[in-house]
Design a protein around this ligand. Structure first.
Ligand code: ADP
Ligand code: 5GP
Length: 213
């Protein structure tokens, strides 16, 4: 017997939901989202376009689609982004085509995007849940960024400076997770995702109508 993939079943019960996750760089958003993707079936990451250089171990079209600034600007001109922003001096954007394809295929989607991008999506996307991840303190944020060893001292300073402005935008989000103990933060994130899925507004009326036929 052929096994049903949850992604095939989902569209009949739920509408696809967008989970927008933002955080100051180094707060642990990537760590939390990777675990969520590993554990929650039917959830996919929206792979962004960026002009930033790949870090060691990053794979094109898996972690990001790495493109030149010329190519990125061309995509802006053609209106190909659902949102885009300049973050820490590089361009990052979410392809509308990719988002629509994931929704059509019945997936829930995680978008790991900055506060400016989240704000743009809010004005156009009605079915999104906004989650903000905070570190326990600025000192710990600095420690995590340094410990990750992916940025130079100058870049770390830039990211810490940006963090203050990003945190000031927390009111735009539905949920705040403080990532102190990783397990607790993860449980909170998973709870948000699971409970959002069963919100009445996300249930497909056609699926319910099947009961009373
Ligand atoms: P972001 O995606 O928000 O920039 P990362 O997920 O890359 O952040 O995390 C930054 C660093 O902090 C990584 O080295 C990661 O392993 C570490 N980290 C993440 N969450 C925690 C936590 N709760 N406790 C300690 N270290 C953490
Ligand atoms: P990093 O360079 O550390 O991978 O990401 C830097 C920042 O860019 C993070 O805050 C991340 O959320 C944000 N980012 C990644 N992809 C996108 C995107 O498509 N759009 C926007 N607006 N921000 C993004």
């Amino acid at each position: 017997m052929q096994r049903c993939r949850s992604s095939r079943i989902k569209p009949f019960l739920n509408r696809g939901t967008l989970f927008v996750v933002s955080a100051p760089s180094g707060a642990g958003k990537t760590t939390l989202c990777r675990e969520l993707l590993r554990r929650i079936p039917g959830l996919r990451l929206s792979v962004s376009y960026t002009t930033r250089a790949p870090r060691e171990g990053e794979i094109n079209d898996v972690h990001y689609t790495f493109v030149s600034e010329k190519k990125f600007r061309g995509m802006i001109e053609k209106g190909e982004f659902a949102e885009w922003a300049v973050v820490h001096g590089n361009l990052y954007g979410t392809s509308s085509k990719r988002l629509k394809k994931l929704i059509k295929d019945g997936y829930d989607i995680i978008l790991d995007i900055d506060v400016h991008g989240a704000r743009q999506l809010k004005s156009t996307w009605d079915n999104a849940v906004y989650i903000f991840v905070l570190p326990p303190s600025m000192q710990i944020l600095r420690k995590r960024l340094t410990g990750r060893k992916t940025e130079s001292a100058e870049r770390i300073k830039e990211r810490l400076d940006n963090a203050r402005a990003e945190i000031a935008g927390y009111r735009d989000y539905d949920y705040i997770i403080i990532n102190d103990k990783l397990e607790k933060a993860y449980d909170e994130l998973e709870s948000i995702v699971i409970s959002s899925k069963i919100r009445t507004a996300n249930i497909n009326p056609k699926w319910i109508a099947g009961f009373v036929k």
